[in-house]
Design a binder for this molecule. Sequence first.
Ligand code: TYD
Length: 203
Amino acid sequence: MTAGKFITLEGVDGAGKSTHLEFVADWLRRQGREVVVTREPGGTPLGETLRELLLHQHMDPDTELLLMFAARQEHLARLILPTLARGGWVLSDRFTDASYAYQCGGRGIATERIVALETWVQRGFRPDLTLLFDVPPEVAQARRSAAREADRFEREADDFFSRVRNAYLDRAQAEPARIRVLDARHSIAELQAEIGQLLQTLT
Ligand code: TYD
């Protein structure tokens, strides 16, 4: 049996990626794939406990980064790698690009620290495809304020999200084959058509 593929969805809070998660899962299932939908931080019992702390507990930025990678180690070891090994596909709402965007871009942690943790935890493992939902800061801001009660990240100032967005776009420019940028101002139907085309290239 061939190994499955690993797809991640990324974007600033308010970009609307969660809306497209089920569409991607359904699209792949219609192709006859086993699909596991998961998220970061989270995805395992311990990871979900860490998520609660990360989203609501005040902490030092480096503690935040280390906990993100602790949760990721657990996620890889217990869910992502075993699923891929048995031929299943994994669809994750965020992964390591979010650490580069939020902890490096947003919080200002040196890139080398994230590279070191990524090398330790992933040993070269990367998503096969990353869909980056991109919107201008003011659009994301309007969508965030319409949403439910804000967590620790969602309460950050506008310039934090501009830095997060720019860090995501820098990553997409550095890895254009893996990270595909989608203009999240497009209608849901337009975006679904674009996503379907991208998925076609993987299956
Ligand atoms: P998010 O997908 O926005 O959850 P929800 O849609 O339920 O609000 O993810 C939670 C937050 O975690 C988000 O604000 C970004 C942050 N995050 C990081 O800062 N670094 C990371 O490495 C990851 C995976 C997430």
